[in-house]
Structure formats: C-alpha cells, structure tokens
Design a protein around this ligand. Structure first.
Ligand code: MN
Length: 496
C-alpha cells in the first residue's frame, strides 16, 4: 500500500465510511481536531505541519480497512509525548479504550538508539506492549511506515539506524503476525537505506525481467478468467502482482543469484468464494497448462507456520513461459495481507487480547527468541538482558513478564510485595499448582493469599529466579527475625 499523498481528514472519513458504514465518524473527526490543535505550530523535519504525520499513518490504516478505534488512537499517538496535552486529557475526551491504545504506543517511546543495553530495553518494552494489546503494534507499524517514507529528511546516520531497526525487528514481527502488506512495506522502504547497492541491483534485475511483459500477463489473466468462468467457477478477482524487492533479494540469495530460478517474480492471484473453488481452479489451470514438477503447494490443508493459506502452482504457460499462480479465498487473502489486523477489522471488532487467543503469548516468545538470536553476536550485550522472557497473565488478563524458569512465587512478588509475602497457594490455568512450579508462557496464574500468614519462607530462596523476589524475601525474613529478636529481648527484660 502506498502512502497517501496530500492526506486530508475529509478523505480519511470517506475511506472509513466505505468499509465501516456504522463507524462513529465524529470520534475520528474529534481525534483529528484534538491532535491538530495539540500539535499546532509544530513541524516535521520535512517542514510539513506535524499533523500530516499522524494523519498519514491513519490513512495507511484506513487503506488496510483497520478498525476505526485504532485509527482514532493513531491520530492521537504523538500527542502525549510531544505536546503539553496529557494522557489524562485524552482519557477524559475519548474514554479508556482509545486512551489505553495511546498509552501503549507512548510507553514504547521514540526510537532512542543509544547503546546496546538501551536498545534491548526498548525491545523489552515493545514485547510487553505487544503482549498487552496487539493493536498497539498495528499503530506502531503505521507510524513507522510513514516515518520511513519521510526518512530522506533525516541525517544519514539516523536514517540508517531507523531503517535497520525496521528491517531487523519490525518486519520480522509483522511477518510473524501474518501482516504481509505491512511487512513488505517495512522491508522495501528500509532496504534502500540499509543496502543501497543491493537495492539498485535487485531493482534492475526485476525491471529487466518484467520489461515489456505487461501485455503478455494481461493475456494470461484474461484467459484464466475466461476458462474459470466457462468451467462454472466464479471469481472474486484475478490479478497480477510483482514480487516485492526485499523479498526478491532474499530469494535471489537462496537461488544462487540466478533470476531464472525465481518463478514468482510475477505471479497471478486468483481470489474465489470457497475452498472448493480453490481446488477446482487448480484443476482447471492444470488441464490448461502443464504444471512444473514439485511446484504444487497446498498451503490450505497445510498452512505455513504464520497461518498463511493458499494453493500455489507453477505452470508452463503460453509460449512455454513459466508463471506462478496463487489461489485463495477472500478470507485467506485478507488474513494473508493483514494478518492479526484482520481480526480487528470493523465487523469482527474485538477489544483486548481475547482469552482464547492466549497462545499469542507463546508466539510472542518465539518472535523474541528469533530476534534475540539475531542480535546475540553483539559482544557488549549483557547476559541478563538476553534472558528469554515469558509472558504470563493474571486472571484479569494483565500481562506480567518474567525470566524463563520463574515460579509462582516470583509471579506473586511481581504483582505486589504483600501478595508475595502472604501467598500460600497458586492456581495455574485453573488447576492447583505448587509455589515452586515453573511457569510457562501464556499461563494464567492466580495467587492464593492468606492474610494471617506471617511472611515468606526461607526455603523460597532455593527456587525463586527474580531479583525482585529474592530481595523482598530476604528483607522480610530479616524483619521477621528482628521482630522475633525484639520479642525475645522484651521477654527477657525484667517486668516492672
Ligand atoms: Mn509518530
């Protein structure tokens, strides 16, 4: 999706109305007015009025048919950090849902890339914000995509860092979330700044490969539509797409830099109403054109790890030209393009992380492992920071992040020192657990406390993993001892 040129609030409202006819457009307009006033007088490095930035990010999301609540929050996303207007003001004017989203993105902060530790700390914040509400990441991606679009106005060093971060951190996360469109944007916009020479080279290769082929592909698309129609298969859409540059670059690396080994530089997509239509279309294509051996992929019965579903086939098309086809339903298509964001499309509106999707926490930990593995060759990095974090939930759905191996007692102390001191038992995923049970990603943990409990047990020090728990236990035991000592002393004193 291209960024909108000369974005306006009017245009934004029109876009939203098209896919979300029941949306409360007043809220969007109010959010815009509120942000425009708060940013009054501020300019971007490009010289444009600041409001163009949140407005552009909002347009990008509207183009992806994202839930209008997220769009309202995106309009407001830089207000608390950059103006005198506070989160409380936003809460008062827009309520807690929008304020919560703005708080989430504000917590992430601006990119402050000073030293590795700082950087890792930022990452940690990002994972927590994500675990709390995935919608914050959707806002962050739109924010970043607009920033990447205007990167030329920043000094080269800064450009490089922002692009590198987008390429190495944000794009893989978008990929994991199955948000193909945003992943592709993040990659291609960053590619030219991170690897400028390779970018030029790959672009030249693609342009050469596709030069003068337009009418040929038009013909194939026409013939495909025709044949499907004759066979009684309805199509929602048949269209061509050329491979994104960064994705082509990576494929070229895997294919010995030989463009003739890349079959999907240009591919034809067939969108049909039902799964049965997908298989029917595949059959029709194969009677029309001979498929290449080993190139038929059924990602419908066996989806990719990120949930991607489609049928792929590569055929010898007219004149022996090799063409890839990708066949899917509209639902599969939306999922592939917008991923997690598709779940927040207006008609399927859901608020917080739904309980049944708590497996998301496991997914999150995988993303984090991938990224930390990538970064682990940085020498200066502190082992502590590298410790894998797990994300567990309170019964209310709040996220607590802990190091791997942390126990129920660690969890209790992270809730509150009193909860730790008074804990006597624990329910893990609605089952009784032991206090020294190791917690796993996505566990829902409920601590049982007894207000008559004197305090922590010395034994707990044998199994707790976090610094917080250790220090609290030690200091409480010291206090207990002190008070025991003072009682003893009192007892020993002669009565008056
Ligand atoms: Mn921003």
């Amino acid at each position: 999706m291209e960024i909108t040129k000369n974005p306006t609030i009017k245009g934004l409202l029109e876009k939203i109305k098209k896919y979300a006819p029941n949306a409360d457009l007043d809220v969007i307009r109010l959010a815009y007015d509120f942000a425009a006033e708060a940013h009054q007088g501020q300019t971007r490095k490009s010289g444009e009025p600041y409001i163009i930035h949140p407005l552009s990010a909002a347009h990008y999301l509207a183009d992806s048919k994202i839930d209008p609540t997220i769009i309202a929050a995106t309009l407001l996303h830089d207000v608390p950090e950059d103006t005198t207007v506070t989160l409380e003001d936003i809460q008062k004017n827009f309520g807690s849902e929008i304020a919560g989203l703005v708080r989430g993105i504000t917590k992430l902060g601006k990119l402050k890339y000073r030293g590795v530790e700082r950087y890792i700390e930022n990452l940690r914040k990002m994972f927590i914000a994500m675990a709390e509400d995935v919608r914050v990441m959707i806002m962050k991606f739109a924010d970043r995509i607009h920033n990447l679009n205007t990167l030329e106005h920043l000094p080269p060093q800064k450009r490089y860092r922002i692009a590198l971060e987008s390429l190495e951190i944000y794009a893989p996360i978008a990929n994991r979330l199955g948000m193909d469109d945003m992943k592709g944007e993040l990659e291609d916009l960053s590619f030219q700044y991170v690897y400028p020479k390779e970018y030029q080279r790959v672009k030249a290769i693609r342009d050469e490969k596709l030069a003068g082929k337009e009418s040929y592909f038009e013909k194939i698309i026409g013939k495909t539509k025709n044949q499907l129609q004759q066979a009684g298969v309805k199509t929602v859409n048949v269209y061509g797409r050329s491979k994104r540059l960064y994705s082509l670059y990576q494929k070229l690396i895997r294919k010995d830099n030989e463009i003739t080994n890349v079959y999907d530089t240009f591919a034809i997509r067939i969108i049909v109403p039902t799964v049965a239509d997908c298989y029917a279309s595949l059959g029709i294509l194969h009677t029309l054109w001979k498929p290449l051996k080993g190139r038929i992929k059924d990602y419908i019965s066996q989806p990719k790890p990120n949930g991607y579903q489609s049928l792929h086939t590569t055929v010898f098309s007219e004149g022996g030209e090799i063409v890839e086809f990708q066949i899917r339903t509209q639902k599969m298509h939306d999922e592939a393009e917008y991923g997690v964001a598709a779940h927040w499309h207006y008609d399927e509106f859901g608020s917080r992380l739904p309980k049944r999707e708590i497996k998301w926490a496991k997914e999150l930990a995988e993303i984090q492992k991938d990224i930390l593995n990538k970064l682990s060759d940085l020498e200066e990095m502190k082992v502590d920071f590298l410790q894998t974090r797990i994300f567990v939930f309170t019964p209310k759905g709040d996220v607590i992040d802990l190091p791997e191996g942390a126990t129920a007692v660690d969890f209790a102390y992270h809730i509150h020192s009193d909860v730790g001191d008074k804990c006597t038992g624990v329910m893990i995923n609605d089952k009784m657990g032991k206090l020294d049970s190791e917690l796993k990603n996505g566990d829902v943990v409920e601590v049982i406390t007894d207000k008559n409990r004197k305090g922590p047990s010395q034994d707990w020090l044998q199994f707790v993993k976090t610094h917080t728990a250790k220090t609290q236990i030690k200091s409480n035991i010291k206090e207990q001892n002190n008070s025991t000592i003072s009682k003893l002393l009192k007892a020993m004193l002669p009565r008056k």
